[in-house]
Design a protein around this ligand. Structure first.
Ligand code: UTP
Length: 301
């Protein structure tokens, strides 16, 4: 059994970049293909042996709690109507994960959201998976498994997932300064949103972390940074400066990250998952082909 069976999934953010879609529903519940974003995240965690999962929620997020509840009435109705295929779609309700919820009572940033998990986590290492980022499309994501191996083999204090991004986009991410080349590397420093000429690499923090409870003490000592928020990356920097061993694990080609944080990336993610849909993917592909051909033909006429 994996050493890590606790996960923390922060879902408290306001999702302002996705307004008006997120005015009264959480961005983590936006559908990507057939499922809401956060269901992919929870399924990924279930596959790697997470048994207890704490959501850090906020105002307007109760639909997340409802989604992971057993809905007996719906199940009964589908059963009575003989809709076996639809019953299958609800199998995630029966996953053997125990869900817990706590509120982040002030939205003071991701670091602050993680701090809300302290009484729950106590002395064990834990995974943090951002509730607005899916990793992997059709392949089962192995990233948390690879991170756990690194955590154990290197006796690390923290492990972070990284994705390679376009060098022109580094100013939008937390960027690693790696100590060495490779798919697994020690992190010398983390630079929050550097300009392209100051970026030590194009490796961007990618929504999955393995942390030890020592992060809580670092978070308490972290000054508010960009936007007055307590940044998780700043707390990890404190750990590094104090001699902690922090490692990075690179996402590989089959583990693309789909970030549902803005409309551009949301639209792309939806298209990818719709195209990959077993039942409707081909029909959607034909539609897109036709649709784009019409546009090209019109441009050329
Ligand atoms: P983001 O910074 O992308 O989310 O956080 P946001 O604040 O909702 O985004 P905008 O800028 O307003 O559009 C990434 C993840 O961390 C959670 C979010 O819910 C999201 O899943 N988060 C962020 C919290 O739980 N608490 C916070 O204070 C901030």
């Amino acid at each position: 059994m994996s050493l890590i069976n606790i996960a923390v999934v922060p879902v408290a953010g306001m999702g302002t970049r996705l307004l008006p879609a997120t005015k009264s529903q959480p961005k983590e519940m936006l559908p990507v293909g057939r499922k809401p974003v956060v269901q992919y995240v929870v399924e990924e965690l279930g596959q790697v042996g997470v048994e207890r999962l704490l959501f850090i929620t906020g105002p307007g997020k109760t639909s997340i709690e409802n989604h992971f509840d057993l809905n007996h009435e719906l199940i009964q109705t589908l059963r009575n109507e003989g809709k076996e295929e639809l019953l299958d779609q609800l199998s995630f309700e029966r996953a053997s994960i125990q869900y817990f919820y706590t509120r982040q009572r002030q939205l003071l940033g991701l670091g602050h959201a993680i701090l809300c998990a302290e009484p729950f986590v106590r002395n064990e290492p834990f995974v943090v998976a951002l509730g607005d980022s899916i990793i992997g499309l059709t392949e089962k994501s192995r990233i948390v498994e690879r991170m756990t191996d690194c955590f154990e083999n290197q006796n690390a204090d923290a492990v972070i997932a990284f994705q390679e991004v376009d060098p022109m986009a580094v100013h939008r991410y937390g960027i690693a300064s790696p100590k060495e080349e490779g798919d697994v590397f020690e992190v010398a420093d983390l630079i929050e949103k550097p300009p392209v000429d100051k970026a030590p690499s194009n490796l961007a923090v990618a929504a999955r972390y393995i942390l030890k409870p020592s992060i809580f003490d670092a978070l308490k000592r972290t000054e508010p940074g960009a936007g007055g928020e307590i940044q998780l990356t700043d707390a990890i920097r404190i750990l590094i400066k104090e001699g902690a061993k922090v490692y990075g694990v690179k996402l590989n080609d089959t583990n693309t990250r789909y970030d549902i944080g803005n409309f551009g990336s949301y639209f792309r993610a939806f298209t990818e998952f719709a195209l990959a849909d077993e039942k409707f993917g081909n029909e959607y592909r034909d539609y897109l082909r036709e649709r784009l051909k019409k546009e090209t033909d019109a441009d050329h006429s």
